[in-house]
Ligand binder design. Sequence first.
Ligand SMILES: [Zn+2]
Length: 328
Amino acid sequence: MNKIGGAELSLNRVETVLGPYDCKEDDIWDAHLHLWCRPHPSVSNDPDLFLQNEIMAEKELKRFKEAGGSIVVDFTPIDYRRNPHVLINLSRATGVKIIMCTGFYRSPGPDYYLKDKDINTVKQQLVNEVKFGEEQTGARAAFYKWATSRDEITDTEYVTLNLITEAHKETKAPIATHCQRGRLAVTQVRLLKEKGVSPENILIGHLDMIPDLTLDMLLEVLNTGVNIAFDQLGKPKYGLDFHKIELIKQLYELGFGDKILCGTDIGRFSCFEESGGIPGYAHIPKKFKEELAAAGFSNEQILTLLAINPAKFYRTRTESNIEPQPQF
Ligand SMILES: [Zn+2]
């Protein structure tokens, strides 16, 4: 049991935008997607990346729920124009539990966001959003996002590394990364560890964007003790689920089954089923779960991947003076 805010909490408690929630062992997660975002023009002007349609997001999220999904993790950080107010509305409208992040995207996103900000104020914001909630809505962030560029880590990304790891020291909230095209994963792990972050609190993302991904590449990262995400599921341009499932199977056999999280990283309208695209928010409960079963995964193994592992990684670790009232 965790002691948080004076109350005994179970280890499967997560902070959602509507308050704390005790995860069930059959809650199916999509552990990485985007519900609402608007990248800074310096990052992209592609209108497909501007998710600003609450009605469409609600319909898409209802498809996730109808397919058997329970919890989604919104990976939209501050500088990618996260919208906590919309996340709250969507959770209330659909009954889907939504986990919110705080932190930053890769350069040049944070360069523009931070350029006229006081760095200590931003650090305090990162602490407060986990401990007490986002300023406008009170929605609490459950984790930090740290992102790096494809081939090098920019000066600003070192600044965000410092900000996030300093805030992590105070809140203990886990850190999940955007590893551009799956590159620099080992460097990300090294830098986070050098800042004192223990591997169980690290999730390295986007490894399955690597073309011709191999078991050895995954093992190099997993042997450091961190968690990894297969977070491009259902997107043929980043490889077929079929091949990823084969790799997951081999990782299971090698004893890494409890270190893998799964997501779709949907962040484009063209990936919504509502707009005629694939894979849609419902992909994991509707299709990927069945694909795992067809590949010989037991029900227990499927729930480990899709329910237990994300609940364990995103669990609340923060001591807070405020004990929020669950709204479920
Ligand atoms: Zn993402």
